[in-house]
Design a protein around this ligand. Structure first.
Ligand SMILES: [Fe+2]
Length: 185
């Protein structure tokens, strides 16, 4: 069994019942990840696994610090015994360092989880930031606007997303450039 299948089952158990919309989003992000197989080859499996799992830290059972990338990655490492690369991808998904800074958790995040290969990190950011909260495809600007309107201007998440915007757009651009290059060949 590939990691993606294992991840799908685990994420479904943690999200489907308490947070059905998060689960729909995660499935949409995973579908985007699968679609990147032409540029990622064999690594599409680990990316798809990370896509299913990236938001499990929102599951009520897992909430500890309240910073979902860290709570999710710790669960994967300490409870699920997941592959180290998967833990790293979840810990740092979608430019999480900026929200970690806002929450005073940057040193802890970086001490516990190293960064994964930049191409994979970018690919996960691309998948997350081009998928809406209900799992449908959005472009990155629509997705950023959606996050701002969902949380409101004064929320820590909105502030973090503002700080993360250059990182998010650079990741989306890097992946779209690779897809364009591939289709031009
Ligand atoms: Fe997330």
């Amino acid at each position: 069994m590939g990691q993606a299948e294992w991840a799908r089952d685990l994420a479904e158990r943690l999200l489907a019942e308490p947070l059905p919309r998060r689960w729909a989003h995660s499935q949409g992000v995973a579908a985007r990840a699968e679609s990147l197989a032409p540029i990622l080859g064999d690594e599409a499996d680990i990316l798809t696994a990370a896509a299913y799992l990236h938001d499990i830290g929102y599951s009520p059972k897992l909430v500890d610090t309240g910073f979902h990338p860290l709570d999710g990655a710790r669960y994967l490492r300490d409870v699920a015994g997941a592959d180290e690369r998967l833990c790293r991808l979840v810990a740092h998904h979608s430019c999480a360092v900026n929200e970690a800074t806002e929450r005073g958790l940057l040193n802890i995040l970086n001490a516990e989880f190293a960064q994964e290969r930049p191409e994979l990190v970018e690919a996960l950011t691309y998948c997350d930031m081009t998928t809406g909260p209900d799992g449908r495809h959005l472009d990155a600007y629509e997705r950023l606007a959606e996050i701002h309107s969902r949380y409101g201007p004064d929320h820590l998440v909105s502030r973090s997303i503002t700080t993360s915007t250059p990182c998010i757009l650079a990741a989306v651009d890097a992946v779209e450039t690779k897809l364009r290059e591939l289709s031009a060949r």
